[in-house]
Structures are given as structure tokens and as C-alpha cells.
Write a protein that binds this ligand. Structure first.
Ligand SMILES: NC(=O)c1ccc[n+]([C@@H]2O[C@H](COP(=O)([O-])OP(=O)(O)OC[C@H]3O[C@@H](n4cnc5c(N)ncnc54)[C@H](O)[C@@H]3O)[C@@H](O)[C@H]2O)c1
Length: 382
């Protein structure tokens, strides 16, 4: 694959274009909005200069990157593309119209991909003349820094296309994992309890935001606690992902969104970007102190981690991805300190099952049901 087309020069598109050009591809960036196009181009070129200052690349390399890139509003420029990655607004109708247009321009052998976070690959491929060449290539934000790429074949994708794209992503120095076309793929599905269970613990009055964050960073080694992370991602975005995963799983209570986060979203308390979320980011604001109670902290950590591990087991049980890929995805897509399935082995599967069984018995809620694969594995060693 020598020529890569990227559609959309927003946050993700421009990042993907940077990754492609730094891997010696000729890159064509298509954007409908001229202002966005020139701003994104200027920002990317500034990034290149910064990389030269940091001695990550040479100025000769930057000159070749720049000359290998085309920035345009004209779709016809995609004619020579071997691979086209779409990163436009998350709207099925708009994506359909874009792919129909692209298919009229590119060659028959050109692979078409979407960077969608929440739409199914099957639904997007439905409008294509050659759906076998279509799949998901899901980068994480910021694309140049995050190592993970989820490669998602749809029901109609040719196996060779999946293999080719996986090989290409590995050549781009990415950790490429192959994922079934299911809601949230790996990361946005398996990570849900990190937020959801933390919110539930808060709503039950067990602990405040700062204490829950302390428990997860102190006992778990997570870089950020759930509330700090939700404020960082933005409560508007994080809530919307939770809601869409919940709906896509036919309202499975495991993914039930929280009123606390909904109210924060409704009030405009998005987090860092709005100045206030669960925490106050204004200059003179005082950061609340956690209650550093060891038994409380351990309870919080054990409960959230058990829920995360249960979700990782569910993804494995439903053959969403391999054990290795599920662990790789969480380490490199959300920077977890360890893969969840490896972590489960270290703690002991019977201990995880016990934590979940206790929660299930105490609450009687389907949300806490232990995964059958976890149960089977514990039984098989007894
Ligand atoms: N932002 C994230 O963290 C993230 C992470 C992974 C995946 N994604 C997915 O990537 C995609 C893009 O997200 P984003 O955050 O970069 O959005 P964005 O709003 O930053 O950028 C989208 C860009 O596409 C342009 N655009 C819209 N319609 C177009 C068209 N028909 N042709 C060409 N350009 C068009 C818009 O003008 C805009 O500049 C979405 O599908 C999203 O779900 C986002």
C-alpha cells in the first residue's frame, strides 16, 4: 500500500494522516471544510517542526513528508489510493454517501475503511458495490501517540483484506488486534465498568470521587482514577459512548449509564475542557483530598477490577477477540497497567469469582452475574 487517502481532517483524520506519512506513504487528505483543511494542515506542519526540535525526525524527512501530502476538498484526488480511511462525523447516512462517492473514484483493488467508534461495520458496508473490501480500522486519540489499532472485519469482509490491513498496521508500528464487529469493539466495551462501577460506588455513597480515584491509582496502578479520566475525556463524550454501548447491547444492565454522569453532562460539567466536571479546574480551586482508608480503598479497587475482568472474560467468551488481543487492547488502547486476563491469573480466578459472586448475591442484579467462562475455568482447576 503506497497511497493512503484519509477523509476528514479533524482530530482523528489529521492524526491518521500523520501516522501514514511518517510511514513513508503518499497521503491524500480530503476535507469538506476549507477552513478546517488549512488549519489542520498548518497545525500538522507545526507538529513536524516540533518533532525536528525534539530530534525525533530530521528536517530532510519533514520536507519529504510535506511533499508526500496532498490536502484538498476534491474527492477525485483519491483516484490513486490503495487504502482509504474515513474519519468524518459519526453519522451513518453521511458515511454512506461518502463511501458511495469514493467507490466511484477508486480502483477495484482499493481497500476502504472507517475509523468509526460506534457504528457497525456491517451497516456501513451495506451500500457498497464491493463490500468484501471494507472493514474498520479504529485508531485511538491521539493517533500518532496511541499504539493500538483495532482491525474490524465485517460479516462480508474478505479474510485476505483483514490480513493485509493487519500486516500494514503492524508495519506502521501499531499494535494491531483483530476484533469481531460487535458494539464498542474491545476497548470501548471492556473499559465500561471502569467508569460505570466507579459511578455506582459513588452513587451508593460508599466513597467520594477523590477516594475512588485514589483507590484505583494507589492499589491498581492506573495512571488516572475513573473520575479524573472521565473529566479528561469529557463527560459529554464518555456518557454518549456508554449510552450507545448500552443501547447496542439491547439494554444489558451491565452497561447501564449513570444519572450522576448524565446530570454532569446536562449541566455542562464536561470536565477539563469546560473548567469543571467532577473536579474544579479553575486556577484557585482546591483539589479535594481522598479518605486514605486501606480497607475501603481495597474494597473499591477489588470491586471495579473484578467487574473489568468479568467484561474481559465476556469478550473472550463471545469470541470478540483472542485472549492475547484483549490484553494488548487494554494495555495500549487505554494504558492499563496490565492486561485484564493476565491480571486475573495473577490475583487468582477463584478470588475474582468470589468478589463477583458476593456482589451478585448482595444486590441480586444481573449486572453482577459472573461470566460462564470464568466460572468454568475456576471449576476446571478444582
Ligand atoms: N475523537 C476521538 O477520540 C475518536 C477516537 C476514535 C475514533 N473516532 C471516530 O473518528 C471519526 C472522526 O472523529 P473526529 O473526532 O476526528 O471528528 P472531528 O469532528 O474532529 O472531524 C471530522 C471532520 O470531518 C469533516 N467532514 C465531515 N463530513 C465530511 C465529508 N463528507 N467529507 C470530508 N470531510 C468531512 C468535518 O468537517 C471535520 O473536520 C468518527 O467516526 C469518530 O467516531 C473518534
Amino acid at each position: 500500500m503506497n497511497v493512503v487517502g484519509v477523509i476528514g481532517a479533524g482530530t482523528m483524520g489529521i492524526g491518521i494522516a500523520q501516522v501514514a506519512v511518517q510511514n513513508n506513504k503518499k497521503v491524500i487528505v480530503i476535507e469538506v471544510n476549507e477552513e478546517v483543511l488549512s488549519k489542520s494542515k498548518a497545525n500538522l506542519f507545526k507538529t513536524f517542526e516540533k518533532l525536528v526540535e525534539k530530534e525525533k525526525v530530521t528536517s530532510e524527512q519533514v520536507a519529504s513528508f510535506k511533499s508526500a501530502m496532498t490536502f484538498t476538498t476534491q474527492y477525485s484526488a483519491l483516484k490513486e489510493a490503495d487504502l482509504v480511511i474515513e474519519a468524518i462525523i459519526e453519522n451513518l447516512e453521511v458515511k454512506h454517501s461518502v463511501f458511495k462517492k469514493v467507490e466511484e473514484i477508486v480502483s477495484e483493488s482499493c481497500i476502504l475503511a472507517s475509523n468509526t467508534s460506534s457504528l457497525s461495520i456491517a451497516s456501513m458496508s451495506a451500500v457498497l458495490n464491493i463490500p468484501t473490501r471494507f472493514l474498520g480500522i479504529h485508531f485511538f486519540n491521539p493517533a500518532p501517540l496511541m499504539a493500538l489499532v483495532e482491525v474490524i472485519p465485517g460479516v462480508q469482509t474478505n479474510a485476505e483484506v483483514t490480513e493485509l490491513v493487519k500486516t500494514e498496521m503492524l508495519a506502521w508500528n501499531k499494535k494491531a488486534v483483530v476484533v469481531k464487529d460487535t458494539p464498542g469493539f474491545i476497548v470501548n466495551r471492556v473499559a465500561r465498568p471502569f467508569y460505570g462501577e466507579a459511578l455506582r460506588i459513588y452513587e451508593e455513597g460508599i466513597a467520594d470521587f477523590a477516594t475512588i480515584d485514589w483507590a484505583m491509582t494507589h492499589f491498581g496502578g492506573f495512571k488516572m482514577g475513573p473520575f479524573t479520566l472521565m473529566d479528561y475525556i469529557g463527560n459529554d463524550i464518555n456518557y454518549t459512548v456508554t449510552e450507545s454501548v448500552f443501547e447496542a447491547f439491547y439494554f444489558d444492565p451491565r452497561f447501564k449509564p449513570s444519572f450522576t454522569q448524565k446530570r454532569h453532562k446536562e449541566a455542562g460539567l464536561y470536565g477539563r475542557k469546560s473548567g469543571k466536571g467532577y473536579y474544579d479546574y479553575n486556577e484557585n480551586a482546591q483539589k479535594p483530598s481522598p479518605t486514605e482508608d486501606v480497607s475501603l480503598g481495597k474494597y473499591i479497587f477489588d470491586r471495579i477490577l473484578a467487574m473489568l475482568i468479568n467484561e474481559a472474560f465476556d469478550a473472550l467468551f463471545m469470541q470478540v477477540a483472542s485472549q492475547e488481543d484483549i490484553d494488548t487492547a487494554m494495555k495500549f488502547g487505554v494504558n492499563y497497567p496490565k492486561g485484564l486476563l493476565q491480571w486475573a491469573d495473577e490475583i487468582g480466578l477463584e478470588n475474582i469469582l468470589q468478589t463477583l459472586t458476593n456482589l451478585f448475591e448482595e444486590y441480586g442484579e444481573d449486572r453482577y452475574r459472573p461470566n460462564p467462562l470464568l466460572k468454568r475455568k475456576v471449576q476446571s482447576v478444582q
